[in-house]
Design a binder for this molecule. Structure first.
Ligand SMILES: *[C@@H]1O[C@H](CO)[C@@H](O)[C@H](O)[C@H]1NC(C)=O
Ligand SMILES: *[C@@H]1O[C@H](CO)[C@@H](O)[C@H](O)[C@H]1NC(C)=O
Ligand SMILES: *[C@@H]1O[C@H](CO)[C@@H](O)[C@H](O)[C@H]1NC(C)=O
Ligand SMILES: *[C@@H]1O[C@H](CO)[C@@H](O)[C@H](O)[C@H]1NC(C)=O
Length: 348
């Protein structure tokens, strides 16, 4: 579904546009209103690793688009030995757990460390891009999202790890690459598990080449407040929503949010506290017994699949990773599963 001015104009909630929309920009009729607080309803765990020879511990970090009634998901697979990627599709969440997995190490993406995918269709090339981490910021391309064998071998956005990131990395990890484009530029975000969100850019015409040296887009002296898994979406009319995963008081994961009028802009806090987060234990109501205290790495479901990452902020669905809080094993062996939260205070 494309965002239209009509849909946006009937959102009546109090927006946060005071700082984000400047003088001379369009008024109420085309403004992307987004609530300042959020409430969600969550399913139980929906998607598990298969009981197969791979003996995976977890399925993580989903990216998801919906095309003509089919959901296409790319996710990380995890186990003590490390990470790789998987693809699957389904038409109905109630049957998602029975879909076949295509393990992407069978494609030219190959074996070894690959994780935290983001998928989008880059219209200027007529190609799907899968962006992920492999120690660097990597991508593969494919003409057909439904043909998982068709992905190209990894290429990287940077020739090597940028110096700014190396200089800041001690005790952290360079993770969670994210690309979003405007009509003129493409931006590459990444995190360092150390309190910093980085941003590089290149022109739309030059993408995927020419990524600049990164700058710090957002930081916090408490690394747990700006940890990882950032997503940036266009929510209409040149307004952007940033989500960043944080680690709360008791070690549980939740998402904070900010808005801006450019991916390169200054980010204004929206719902950015653990008590009133974008999504976390304090604003998610579970169907049945709560199965996770963490609302961790995930993505909004996109029905507009292009490089602008445009979503309607009024009736959001977010596919996330959660985990049984009583399991006490090493981080890579945690039994992460995927669940879905649906916004319950949408106003459109
Ligand atoms: C999902 O499928 C996995 C393996 O195929 C199975 O172990 C698990 O119990 C299933 N979960 C549900 C809720 O059916
Ligand atoms: C969706 O379905 C329509 C009608 O079958 C088809 O014309 C269109 O190409 C499909 N779109 C995509 C993105 O596959
Ligand atoms: C789902 O994925 C399989 C590969 O695992 C592919 O053969 C099939 O065409 C896909 N289905 C749709 C509807 O895209
Ligand atoms: C961000 O804020 C600073 C200081 O207020 C200002 O100098 C800069 O131009 C702003 N940048 C953008 C992209 O709005």
């Amino acid at each position: 579904m494309r965002l239209s001015a009509v849909i946006l104009s009937i959102c009546t909630v109090a927006g946060v546009h005071a700082r984000a929309i400047g003088e001379g920009e369009k008024g109420l009729t085309t403004r992307a209103d987004i609530p300042t607080t959020f409430t969600w309803s969550s399913t139980g765990p929906l998607i598990f690793p298969k009981d197969d020879a791979r003996q995976l511990a977890g399925i993580k970090d989903p990216t998801i688009v919906e095309i003509n009634g089919t959901y296409h998901v790319f996710a990380s697979t995890s186990q003590e030995a490390g990470y790789n990627l998987v693809y699957f599709n389904f038409t109905d969440f109630s049957r998602a757990n029975s879909t076949q997995f295509y393990y992407l190490d069978q494609s030219p993406i190959g074996t070894g460390y690959r994780a935290a995918p983001e998928v989008f269709f880059f219209e200027p090339h007529g190609l799907w891009y899968l962006v992920y981490q492999n120690g660097n910021a990597a991508y593969s391309t494919n003409k057909d999202i439904a043909d998982p064998a068709g992905w190209t071998a990894p290429q990287t956005f940077y020739s090597d790890r940028p110096k700014l990131i190396s200089d800041n990395l001690e005790g952290g990890y360079w993770v969670d690459m994210w690309v979003i484009c405007t009509s003129t530029d493409c931006y590459l975000f990444s995190s360092d598990d150390n309190g910093r969100l980085y941003r590089s850019q290149t022109t739309l015409a030059n993408f995927p080449n020419g990524m600049s040296d990164p700058v710090i887009a957002l930081q916090d002296s408490n690394k747990y407040n700006v940890f990882e898994a950032s997503c940036v979406y266009h929510i209409g009319d040149g307004k952007y929503l940033l989500l960043v995963e944080a680690i709360g008081q008791s070690g549980d994961r939740y998402f904070r949010s900010w808005t801006s009028n450019s991916p390169a802009g200054n980010w204004t806090a929206l719902a950015a506290t653990e008590a009133s987060p974008f999504a976390g234990a304090s604003n998610v109501v579970f169907e049945g017994t709560p199965w996770t205290k963490s609302i961790s790495h995930g993505e909004l479901i996109r029905t507009q699949t292009d490089q602008t990452l445009t979503v309607n902020p009024c009736n959001m669905r977010f596919l996330y990773q959660g985990v049984d809080p009583t399991v006490d094993v090493s981080y890579n062996s945690l039994p992460w599963r995927l669940g879905l939260i649906t916004q319950t205070n949408g106003s459109c």
